[in-house]
Design a protein around this ligand. Sequence first.
Ligand code: COA
Length: 328
Amino acid sequence: MSNIGTRLIGTGSYMPDMKLTNEMLEGMVDTNDEWIVKRTGIRERRVAQNTATWELALGAGERALADAGLSAAELDLILVGTATPDFFTPSVSCMVQGKLGASRAMAFDLSAACSGFVYCVDVADSFIRAGKAKNVLVICAETLSRIIDYTDRATCVLFGDGAAAAVFQASESEEGVLTTYMRANGTLGECLKAQCLPDEDPLDGSPRAVCEQRFLHMAGNEVFRFTAAAVPEAIDAVLHQGQMTAEQIDWFVLHQANVRILQMITSRYGLDPEKVYVNIDRYGNTSGVSVALCLDEMRKSGKLKAGQHIVICGFGGGLTYGAALIRI
Ligand code: COA
């Protein structure tokens, strides 16, 4: 195979219908719409009720395949980025592979939380450039509501559920994923942690440590500080590697964690705010789903056009971060 590029050929999303608004949260914890909008930009988020992560992932995957005009049998690889899989095994990606009938596809999950989509794009690009895959389905899916403590106002106002997907295909032309930059800083992992497993001795059942964090805990200020350094580092790196300037980029599609982070990037690079896509007001922080969801909305509304250059960037749990420069 003499392909030289990894082209985006389809997107799809599958968001739960149930909207949890700021007003509804006012009745659940000591918070208010004004605080949430001012500090985060979020107005509502979606919550999956009686829906598994794999079901959301399947819905998004089917829509992305339909958009790409590709059949499941043509897939070589299915990657699912998730921090909330339904089982230890089978993986979400194998559940999706089976339901889709993607008979030729290798399938595995990738755990990089809010960087899930950009990490998956890098892996998809690597498989395609190595000649190991021609068609790759990348899905990010989360049911974060299962690990959110709805009595903790520091986290329950932030996160939401959903799934979004993208199909990438080997290309003979100079388009698609141009360059990537992926990093991690595990020394800060405790800043964003959910510890769902009981920590017991496997043989006698005696507790080894108290499971303090069944629910997601975030040291918001520390993660914010990390983000303030990590996001420009990743963006600078892909611009440098791709020999492009921020002015030449048509869209910045960043993980939707907090609208203040998006505003910080807008002012740091002196960008037209219109170039920084925002949908956090409607979905909150959906972890790895967010960048894929933005791309799907942009594609469906005609904002994403052939020949444009975009920078995607993810950051969060792990802690992980990364960016990719893509020519549409
Ligand atoms: N409603 C009302 N008040 C709240 C609140 C809520 N939901 N949550 C916290 N507060 C209070 C705090 O108790 C604190 O009160 P105090 O001043 O009396 O102590 C005050 O608001 C300010 O809290 P603080 O945590 O300093 O707010 P902040 O402006 O830093 O915003 C986050 C908090 C979580 C929104 C912000 O830090 C953030 O977005 N961090 C991480 C983002 C990120 O990069 N994530 C990526 C990985 S997912």
